[in-house]
Design a protein around this ligand. Sequence first.
Ligand code: ATP
Length: 367
Amino acid sequence: MSQVVLDNVTKVYPGGFLAVDRMNLRAEDGELLVLLGPSGCGKSTLLRMIAGLEDITDGDLWLGGKIANHLAPRDRDVAMVFQNGALYPHRTVRGNLSFPLEIAKADPQMVRDRVVELSKALHIDETLDRRPGTLSGGQRQRVAMGRAIVRQPSLFLMDEPLSNLDAGMRTELRMEISSLVRALGVTTIYVTHDQIEALTLADRIAIMNRGVLQDIGTPAQVYNDPATAFTAAFLSSQQLNLLAATVRTPQNQFIMLDFGTHQITMPWTDPRAYAVSQHTGSQIIVGIRPDALAPMPEGMEGPMFMGRVRTLEYHGHEWLAYVECGIPAVAVPEPPDPRFRAANGGANGSKTRSMMRRLFNSDIEAD
Ligand code: ATP
């Protein structure tokens, strides 16, 4: 039983800085919960309070059904993996892996067997007699992971364990963490500021900003139905279009989102229609991901924004076009129409008119 419950947990650092503000959070037994948020939002502080490395200013922490605010770190049955690996430099890999078991006075033969077995699972069996200083970053993080896993704690706490690695190694280790943690069935709280890491690893994601919980849910829930504009923007790998619109419901026949220069209708059959209609007469913020928009060939009918290409941006796997259409520039994937490029590279930049079909998909359906 290794459930973690935070009940109104607050952290104020000496000097008065409020780093975590009345956080309510629950990680279920065996769950991989990812804490996601920008740098400085309080993720590490929260993790360190759970580990017992930082005092809790207010509120309660429950570990495995017992209040743990004042429990010493060594009595929490928690293993933590840090960004930099934090290995014992004078011990070999074998020595680092076996240390937690030696401390626990485990049977020496069992320790030897367990270390060999684990080093094979983590693909570091050929480094067992080397010191950490001679290892690559990826190998060091594997040893750090192994040292956390070796004595099978009730709870893993991982603080950006992949952030010092290159992109290829991050992907490889991310997959291994996912399968290892799930195979062991140990509750894990994993901190990152990388939305892809969060979306790919998590059972559930808790999103924080400025010490406050913004949203919590499965990756699909927080991605497709974000509770706040912050969550929507933070989870979008592309620049999110956040547009102000006034809600109108003419004769109650349909809902109209009035962007000023553009109006878009939304049928009552849309699952969000009722919630949106509650704001009739007021302004709301509509979030549209660029990939929910598509360029529309000239002559096609349908709801659209019409505008001029202001600039094109290369993103490696795709281009984004920023289109000036009377509202803040809208980002869309690069249209195949070569006139878009001509407009961007041309002498006066924005002469070509372009049309875009609005394909709200899961955002707001207006057709
Ligand atoms: P990062 O991803 O950059 O590590 P984080 O989300 O983990 O950021 P924390 O390290 O928890 O954020 O820090 C949260 C806030 O608390 C930051 O503004 C930080 O400057 C502040 N802070 C952290 N430790 C202390 C301390 N010992 N004394 C005062 N303020 C601190």
